[in-house]
Design a protein around this ligand. Sequence first.
Ligand code: C5P
Length: 218
Amino acid sequence: ADIPVITIDGPTASGKGTLADEVGKALGYGVLDSGALYRVAGLAARRAGVDLDDGDAVAALVPGLDLRFQDGHIFLGSEDVSARLRAEATGLLASQVAVHPQVRSALHQLQLSFRRLPGLVADGRDMGTALFPDAPLKIFLTASAATRAERRYKQLISKGIPANIEGLREDLEARDERDKNRATSPLAPAQDALLLDNSALGIEESVTQVLDWWQQRR
Ligand code: C5P
């Protein structure tokens, strides 16, 4: 528990991943993208033809996953699944399997194993509440739904992927509803979390804010 952790939780497309990467880089810390693990579980379940509503069956797949993390890419067996994991459709699969407590606890140990020296920046929905409750700095990152949909839209278009901004907003609001209303580890700020609304902030301003807080906290 002497290994420092900064947790960044918040809704879909609030910019957690980018912020976590930049803060990790600035401090020389490792980064845990916990959503990617739920995405892998959702993808593996769909490929195995497992019923996504069957928590036991989905959780049973987790120990057998041959996962490798390499240079920011994620491999499932010999396949680089990074691009597939980021697809909107995989995000929806992830939020479906993430409601099951069995699936969450199957991924628990794996997430804790990312806590290594010199430190960790962990992003997700329950990093400050469930995984790293002793983290000295917890951030709850938000942005308006319109801002989040627009960012996601630009991201997709810049990659040459066709997108519809209204559809994106509906998808992310549906995912947020499911994440907020599930019984186990619902999306909610930790009691001691600092709120950061980045609707009107650039990434550099957000990074500076987090680094300032980190200076004060540790
Ligand atoms: O953050 P990301 O969009 O990659 O997460 C995909 C989904 O995985 C979320 O919508 C949520 O349902 C689930 N998730 C979770 N707990 C986390 C991270 C992600 O339940 N710590």
